[in-house]
Ligand binder design. Sequence first.
Ligand SMILES: C[S@@+](CC[C@H](N)C(=O)[O-])C[C@H]1O[C@@H](n2cnc3c(N)ncnc32)[C@H](O)[C@@H]1O
Length: 194
Amino acid sequence: MGNLFPRVYDMAMLPLERTKFNKIRKALVSKASGRVLEIGSGTGINFPYYRNASQVDAIEPNPVMNKRSNKRIESSRIPIQPYLMKAEKLPFADSTFDSVVATLVFCTIPEPVKAIQEIQRVGKPGAKILLFEHVRMNQKLLGKAQDLLTPTWKKICHLNRNTLELLTQANVSIKKIDRHFKGLFLTIECLNEK
Ligand SMILES: C[S@@+](CC[C@H](N)C(=O)[O-])C[C@H]1O[C@@H](n2cnc3c(N)ncnc32)[C@H](O)[C@@H]1O
């Protein structure tokens, strides 16, 4: 991803953010409470939606995305600490966070199982894990189309990643799943079981 990508990303998101995405993010992110870890915070699109968090530690490996999030950090009502790092290896102590948020991130993480393990490790027992992700669709043809596109598309993201399936294999208890856009996007609310 070059220097241009974060600006293009924000521009591409603008029409979506004005519509349903915005409502989905707001509803999900406002459920995060206490000390929050945000995974792959990108340009900080979620930052204005934290209502019940006391502090947010936001990790993002792309320095340009990270830099672009600074404006949103400055205008945030709650303290947000950015870190330049990946989800697969986090520097936080065990059981640090009350909530973990990830939106549109799991399709891009190279080692999603490791990332889930790290989220579980740094999350307190019973911590909320709040995800908004696009996933492989259940419809046969559309799911197959996602499989076919993934090898060429995977530089950007894995279109056919089944994040819900990965979560069901992890030690989390899934409390709520909402399907959006015919199941292409899911919001998933879990509790950390450990
Ligand atoms: C599609 S963007 C989503 C950004 C933001 N969360 C949002 O909702 O708009 C995916 C983000 O995941 C980040 N990312 C990629 N690999 C990652 C990893 N291993 N750990 C954490 N974040 C990662 C990318 O740099 C990018 O900012």
